[in-house]
Design a protein. Structure first.
Length: 64
């Protein structure tokens, strides 16, 4: 699958939330290695979750 299809799949969001299974995690990490610019997407998503959690007084998910 190409980068755009991967982004549309929702796997990156699931990865950031920590709800991917081991095979999905491996697939996401393979794409992160293929497309290093996706690391910025991960960072942006994690920061957005952190900010939302702080606003709602919810503990943020742990990073992998």
């Amino acid at each position: 699958m190409d980068k755009q299809t991967f982004l549309a799949s929702g796997l990156l969001e699931q990865y950031v939330l920590g709800i991917t299974d081991p095979d999905e995690t491996q697939e996401v990490e393979r794409y992160l290695n293929l497309y290093p610019e996706l690391l910025q997407e991960v960072t942006t998503m994690r920061e957005a979750i952190k900010q939302y959690a702080l606003q709602q007084d919810i503990p943020a998910p742990s990073q992998r």
